[in-house]
Structure formats: structure tokens, C-alpha cells
Design a protein around this ligand. Structure first.
Ligand SMILES: *[C@@H]1O[C@H](CO)[C@@H](O)[C@H](O)[C@H]1NC(C)=O
Ligand SMILES: *[C@@H]1O[C@H](CO)[C@@H](O)[C@H](O)[C@H]1NC(C)=O
Ligand SMILES: *[C@@H]1O[C@H](CO)[C@@H](O)[C@H](O)[C@H]1NC(C)=O
Length: 347
């Protein structure tokens, strides 16, 4: 009985090995161009493309600010890549996001816009202790150069009436600063005697919440930001739009339905900051302490600029190029408590 089993095993063994070898060599063949490259394949390529502002992976020890950790996916899909243009300032879009029924739909809308913008680097920051599989998979296929970060909001801040996404926006800023800091140190050690000042860095940072709709024109406008640029935002503050009031090319006030006395009465979607400013004001962050609800933008901008320095975009702030659309709260009244479908589907 036992020996019969053994002999059968030894007859089958060579066949099993042959099948394993065939499958293995098949998956190692160069993939067809339609297959998405995986992270380990494209990171060197990505570094090369970014050129002057080539970014490095954060060091594991780089956890000086809070508990955030990073996980990166750099995606380049042949054909979707825009024409190389090294002179184009990179637009860093920082998007805080959190798990909810509409999350993937919102991220899809953003990706469909961002994919069409040359030189855009998407920094997606999840409000979670771990990167989620959903966002991980999503970014790997989004066709947008992206960095995937995560930081959980401390429990004590998860209350109605408190500002949201503070930690996530700050994690995005910290990541950016660390990337360029690492690069700078690297330059100094490899080229001793070179200028201790920051290299010429042309880039623009803006905060792209996932519940807004962005026109492509907005990116053309913000790309030329010297320090801090501003523009109108639609469907916000209980009005059809809010906007900076501009006279003779200068911001002189705010058209807003809510607390016009704020130093910068502007929505998160209504401004962009040059990377130079972000790097030269390393302490500028979104504040928890002492920050009242709705004052996040103002408290942040106060640290880096003055009203009379603001650069009005969108035809002296007369055009709405971004809308605070907000997706309707979904009705899941008929969703079963326990899975009833025969398959499990990611939504
Ligand atoms: C690169 O960007 C600059 C600045 O926006 C622009 O003037 C130039 O035409 C662009 N070149 C190409 C090849 O797209
Ligand atoms: C770098 O910055 C300096 C000082 O702002 C400027 O004079 C120079 O033209 C810049 N170089 C490039 C290549 O942008
Ligand atoms: C904005 O206003 C200034 C001053 O009135 C004017 O010189 C400039 O051409 C305007 N810009 C646009 C894009 O309309």
C-alpha cells in the first residue's frame, strides 16, 4: 500500500516539476506593452524622468514628524505619459482621503483629470494606520505619477466641528520637504563647495481634496505661481461661488458668505503655493492647536504670505475653474448586513 503510493509519487514528480518550470519561465518573459509595470520595474525609470527634481525614497528613520509612514507607487504607462518637459514646474497635488462608500468613485474622477495634466505628481494621503489595498491597487493602475502616504487622525480629533484632514495635509508637506532635503544633502556631499542654498526648484503645491471637481485650465493657471496664487471656488461657503476681490491686479478683499473677517477668507481649493515657499518656510503646517473650524486655510497662509502679495489667477479672479461639488451621501438602506452575493466586489 505504502510503496504503491511512493511509486505513484515518483512517477508524477518529474511532470509536476516540468509544469512548474514552464509556468515560471512564462511569467518571466517580458510582458506585453499593455501590461502595467509593477513598482519594482519602474522606479529607476521614474527617477530618471523626474531629472533635476529626482526624488528619493524616504529613509525608514525619517519619521520625525508623527507616526506617518510612506509607501510609494510610481506609475508610468506608455502612451499615457505626457511629452517630456523638464522646464515645466511640477504640480504636487496633495489629496487627503479616507475610506467610505464613494471613495473609489471620487478618486477615479480626480485621476481622470490629473492624468491629462503634464508634470503632475499626486500625493495621496490616507487617513488610516495602514495603506489600504483599495487605494494601493487604485494608484497602481491610475496612470498618474503618485506617492501613497498614510497617517491616522488621532481619535481625539475625530469629532464633528473639528477641522479634518490636518494630519494628512501635513504628512504631504513633510514628505515633500524630506524628499528635497535628502536630495539637497546628497548634492552637498557629492559636490562639496557647491552652494549651500536650495537648488532652483520649480514646483507648485496645492491641496486637492477628493470631493472637488477640477478643470484642466486650473492647472495652467496655477503652474505659473511665483509665491502664492489664488482664484475663485464654485459652490462653496453657502454661495454659488467665493472669490478674492481684485483691484488693479492686487487682492484687496474677499467675496464670501462666511466670516469675511478671516485674514484669508478662502477655501482649500482656492490657492496654490510655490515649492520654494514650502521649502523655505519649513515650519509652516496646518495647525490643530488654536485653530478654529474653517480657519485652516487662513492659519496656514498667514505663516507664509501676506494678502497684498497674493497672485490673482483665473482672469483676475473672475472665472470659476474649481467646484466644491461634494458627492451626495449614498443611500445604502438596502445593503445587507452580511454579504449575500456569491462574490466579493470592490466598489
Ligand atoms: C515646456 O514648458 C514650457 C513652460 O510652460 C513651455 O513654454 C514649452 O513650450 C514646453 N515645451 C514643450 C515641448 O512642451
Ligand atoms: C537659479 O536661481 C537664480 C537666483 O534666483 C537665478 O538667477 C538663476 O537664473 C536660476 N537658474 C535657473 C536655471 O533657473
Ligand atoms: C488683471 O488686472 C490688471 C490690472 O487691472 C491688468 O493689468 C491685467 O491685464 C489683468 N489680467 C488679466 C488676465 O485680465
Amino acid at each position: 500500500m505504502k510503496s504503491a503510493l511512493y511509486s505513484r509519487f515518483f512517477i508524477l514528480l518529474p511532470w509536476v516539476l516540468i509544469v512548474v518550470i514552464i509556468i515560471d519561465s512564462d511569467t518571466r518573459k517580458p510582458s506585453s506593452s499593455s501590461r502595467l509595470p509593477s513598482a519594482r520595474h519602474y522606479s529607476p525609470y521614474w527617477n530618471r524622468r523626474v531629472g533635476r527634481s529626482a526624488l528619493m525614497r524616504p529613509q525608514p528613520s525619517d519619521t520625525s514628524v508623527g507616526t506617518w509612514a510612506t509607501h510609494q507607487e510610481q506609475v508610468s504607462i506608455p502612451g499615457v505619459q505626457k511629452m517630456k518637459n523638464d522646464t515645466l514646474p511640477i504640480i504636487y497635488a496633495i489629496t487627503p482621503t479616507y475610506s467610505r462608500p464613494v471613495q473609489k468613485a471620487e478618486l477615479t474622477r480626480l485621476a481622470n483629470t490629473f492624468r491629462q495634466v503634464a508634470g503632475l505628481h499626486w500625493i495621496v494621503v490616507e487617513d488610516s494606520p495602514q495603506p489600504t489595498e483599495l487605494v494601493n491597487r487604485f494608484l497602481a493602475r491610475a496612470g498618474v505619477r503618485a506617492t501613497h502616504l498614510h497617517v491616522p487622525t488621532p481619535r481625539r480629533y475625530k469629532r464633528a466641528g473639528l477641522p479634518r484632514a490636518t494630519e494628512q495635509r501635513n504628512a504631504g508637506l513633510t514628505w515633500l520637504r524630506q524628499q528635497y532635503q535628502t536630495q539637497l544633502l546628497h548634492r552637498q556631499t557629492t559636490a562639496p563647495g557647491s552652494s549651500p542654498h536650495l537648488p532652483n526648484i520649480s514646483g507648485v503645491v496645492f491641496f486637492a481634496d477628493d470631493d472637488n471637481t477640477y478643470s484642466l485650465e486650473l492647472f495652467q493657471e496655477m503652474r505659473t505661481t511665483q509665491k502664492v496664487s489664488v482664484w475663485p471656488v464654485g459652490l462653496v461657503g453657502g454661495r454659488r461661488y467665493e472669490r478674492p476681490v481684485v483691484e488693479n491686479g492686487k487682492v484687496v478683499g474677499w467675496y464670501t458668505g462666511w466670516r469675511a473677517d478671516r485674514p484669508f477668507a478662502i477655501d482649500m481649493a482656492g490657492f496654490a503655493v510655490s515649492l520654494q515657499v514650502i521649502l523655505s518656510s519649513p515650519k509652516a503646517l496646518f495647525k490643530r492647536r488654536g485653530s478654529q473650524p474653517g480657519m485652516q486655510e487662513s492659519d496656514f497662509l498667514k505663516q507664509i504670505t501676506k494678502v497684498d502679495e497674493l497672485e490673482p489667477k483665473a482672469s483676475n479672479c473672475t472665472k470659476v475653474l474649481v467646484w466644491h461639488t461634494r458627492t451626495e451621501k449614498v443611500n445604502l438602506a438596502n445593503e445587507p448586513k452580511h454579504p449575500q452575493d456569491t462574490i466579493k466586489i470592490e466598489v
